[in-house]
Design a binder for this molecule. Structure first.
Ligand SMILES: [Zn+2]
Ligand SMILES: [Zn+2]
Length: 275
């Protein structure tokens, strides 16, 4: 995303490119996480208590810590964006700017490909950070949120932030991607991440048992990872957790319990009727 806008702005030097891409990443974070937080934690808070994964709300000091660590990650993600931009300028990447070069079908394929590639990369990186003690020291920053909000979506130690997307500068050397496909991937990835840290379950009853949707992860899935630690390591898809048998034992039951809770009764002012 930053790369496209940077091209529109012209030459601002290495530091300028880094600052600019970091700013774009932070803006994406502030807008998407901010909208989700506003809707679920203010606007619909009284209407959706039955969708809350953990009944309690985190303290504001925890929420501010999520924002602080996420802003550090924006600088690291901006750094990776700058590296890709510089590599493209040197002609080292397989990035292409004309859709007609490979066709729209290829563009769609490349989007699906990077999703599955990232899903596998994330699972093993995340699994490794939990299993290898020195790495868990870095990942512990993300696990400070036992009851995450959307603001936790980028709350990483700088080393983990670097690892999170370090595969992209390598991937763009080998696989042709249109910058718009990478931008769509960045937005999709972030929106999914915000859903994972939402604290409310948004998927409908039957989602985790219907064969058509059971392979997609839910807000409950990642929330349980924050609450309980080990298990539920996956990102977009419930594929690697199944292959490796690392889904939490009570995952399906927990999701079904939330999805089948009845709506609270509301009075004419929209407030929950107690008792
Ligand atoms: Zn973890
Ligand atoms: Zn998380």
């Amino acid at each position: 995303m930053g790369i496209i806008l940077k091209e529109m702005l012209g030459d601002t030097g290495i530091l300028g490119t880094w600052l600019f891409t970091s700013g774009i990443v932070f803006l994406r974070y502030a807008i998407i996480a901010g909208v989700a937080y506003f809707i679920f934690y203010y606007l619909l808070k009284d209407k959706l208590p039955h969708k809350r994964i953990q009944e309690k709300y985190p303290k504001m000091t925890k929420v501010w810590a999520e924002v602080k660590h996420s802003s550090h990650s924006a600088i690291i993600f901006g750094f990776l964006g700058m590296i890709i931009f510089l590599m493209k300028e040197q002609g080292w990447t397989a990035l292409y700017t004309d859709f007609s070069e490979y066709g729209l079908l290829y563009a769609a394929f490349s989007f699906i490909f990077i999703l599955f590639f990232h899903d596998a990369y994330f699972y093993w990186m995340h699994y490794g950070m939990h299993k290898i003690k020195p790495l868990m020291k870095f990942h512990a920053i993300h696990h400070k949120s036992h009851n995450p909000t959307p603001w936790a979506a980028m709350a990483f130690h700088p080393i983990e932030a670097l690892l999170e997307y370090a595969f992209i500068p390598f991937l763009v050397l080998l696989v042709p991607f249109h910058p718009l496909v990478l931008m769509m991937f960045a937005i999709f990835s972030f929106v999914f991440n915000v859903i994972g840290h939402l604290g409310f379950e948004v998927f409908p009853k039957g989602f985790v048992t219907n064969p058509l949707t059971a392979w997609i992860n839910t807000a409950t899935h990642h929330n349980m990872h924050h609450k309980n630690g080990n298990g539920n390591f996956g990102l977009y898809f419930n594929i690697w957790d199944r292959i490796m048998e690392t889904n939490h034992d009570g995952y399906i039951e927990k999701f079904n319990e939330i999805a089948t809770r009845s709506k609270p009764e509301l009075d004419i002012k929209g407030k929950v009727v107690v008792g």
